[in-house]
Design a protein around this ligand. Structure first.
Ligand code: SAH
Length: 396
């Protein structure tokens, strides 16, 4: 019999709203001896059954809910159904965008807490972030093999958050090892090299797909500075959209190497696309001293905020790069600026960009808003799933 977890008085409220997390402080008592990843039953303080979820003895998030249905077993059928419904939710835009790379499972948002699954052509990359996800790894992989026959499955569970769950990092093939870990995907007519073993995260930033398409529409005849370029996909859309010149900036040499290969892959070698290996914070200052200007700047930095305690420092970082970028923009230039920090709410991000405009002594107009793509949906039960926001600013 599964262990029983009883919550403290009034601590079941978030579960009634079908939020999938139960924090350690909400727990009153435990009957039984649940181990890492075991499925447990959760009750309110009066003994009413609420949910079943995966137990994680070391994590602050002590239980991640699998199901609010008492009759649902957490077995191969359960995972198969979740995968099928996630695929179904995505079919319409996969077809519309001609996508061969997409996020199939976005963790909590797709009802599978702690599980990220990205599909890149016939490669599937799994990231198992929580005790429950790790516990069911075999079942999950078997379901993937059955639903996507012939696909090669690779694991990228090399993330720090696993430590909080008491899990070691794991990477490698989950199916027959392949000679190469590289593949090619297509999004909105652009081809992209993805290296599932060496690339960041699971290999690629699928979440920025619609923002890249938008960037291409703003770029015609413009000189574009693409900061935090990774493998240069914003630049490809800008070049294809008629940009006069695009400069990619990133600290990662391997990302820039792949960016160069992406230019060739898309037959854009005749375009003025260049690559600078540099720290964006320093390079923007250098360009300011050199009095260089651009028609359009893209700022897509990595996550600056991991915890609430870091929020103030992160605001300073965002303000700094946004101020510098605005100073480098020609009059009426376009700034596409992003924050992928979930803890940085939209309104706060807009305020930080507004503060940057004041410091830069420029007027900024927010002419459009961008968000994570539809394969990173936000479930109504899990608002934390919204993390990526972008502002398109016209800077006078
Ligand atoms: N815009 C990219 C994704 C960017 S991810 C895309 O569309 O695919 C963030 C990138 O910032 C990473 O490639 C990382 O190598 C780079 N990076 C992190 N800190 C940096 C810094 N200080 N200067 C330059 N690049 C940095």
């Amino acid at each position: 019999m599964s262990a029983r977890i009883y919550l403290k008085v009034a601590r079941e409220k978030s579960l009634r709203r079908k939020h999938p997390w139960i924090f350690s402080q909400a727990i009153n008592k435990i009957k039984g001896n649940p181990l890492l990843g075991d499925t447990v039953d959760v009750f309110d303080n009066k003994g009413n059954w609420l949910a079943k979820g995966a137990y994680s003895p070391e994590s602050q998030i002590r239980i991640r809910v699998w199901s609010f249905d008492i009759d649902e077993e957490i077995d191969s059928n359960f995972f198969r159904n979740k995968l099928l419904s996630a695929q179904k939710r995505r079919d319409w835009f996969i077809e519309k965008g001609g996508l061969t790379g997409y996020r199939l499972i976005a963790g909590e948002s797709d009802g599978l807490p702690g599980i990220t699954i990205d599909k890149y052509d016939d490669f599937i990359v799994c990231q198992l972030l929580s005790a429950g996800a790790d516990f069911h790894r075999y079942t999950l992989v078997e379901c993937l093999k059955a639903l996507y026959p012939g696909c090669h499955i690779y694991e990228r569970s090399d993330v720090d958050v696993r430590k909080k769950e008491g899990l070691e990092p794991v990477t490698g093939w989950l199916t027959e090892p392949q000679e190469s870990t590289e593949c090619i995907i297509e999004e909105h007519g652009i081809k992209i090299h993805v290296d599932v073993a060496q690339g960041h995260k699971t290999g690629f930033y699928l979440d920025q797909r619609e923002s890249r398409l938008a960037a291409g529409k703003y770029a015609k005849d413009k000189s574009v500075l693409n900061c935090f370029s990774y493998t240069g996909t914003f630049a490809l859309h800008c070049a294809a959209g008629g940009a006069k010149e695009v400069i990619n900036v990133d600290v990662s040499e391997s990302a820039l190497d792949l960016a160069k290969k992406n230019v060739e892959l898309n037959n854009l070698s005749d375009k003025d696309i260049s690559f600078v290996k540099a720290d964006v914070f320093k390079l923007l200052r250098q360009y300011r001293e050199e009095k260089r200007t651009f028609d359009m700047i893209i700022l897509d930095p990595p996550k600056f905020v991991e915890s609430k305690a870091q929020l103030t420092g992160a605001c300073r970082g965002y303000k700094d790069i946004n101020m510098l970028a605005m100073q480098l923009l020609k009059p009426n230039g376009i700034l596409l600026t992003f924050s992928c920090s979930g803890l940085m709410e939209s309104s706060l991000f807009q305020k930080v960009v507004a503060d940057a405009a004041l410091d830069a002594k420029r007027n900024a107009y927010f002419v459009d808003r961008l968000h994570q793509a539809a394969d990173h949906p936000v479930s109504s039960n899990y608002p934390e799933g919204y993390y990526l926001k972008g502002l398109v600013c016209q800077v006078e």
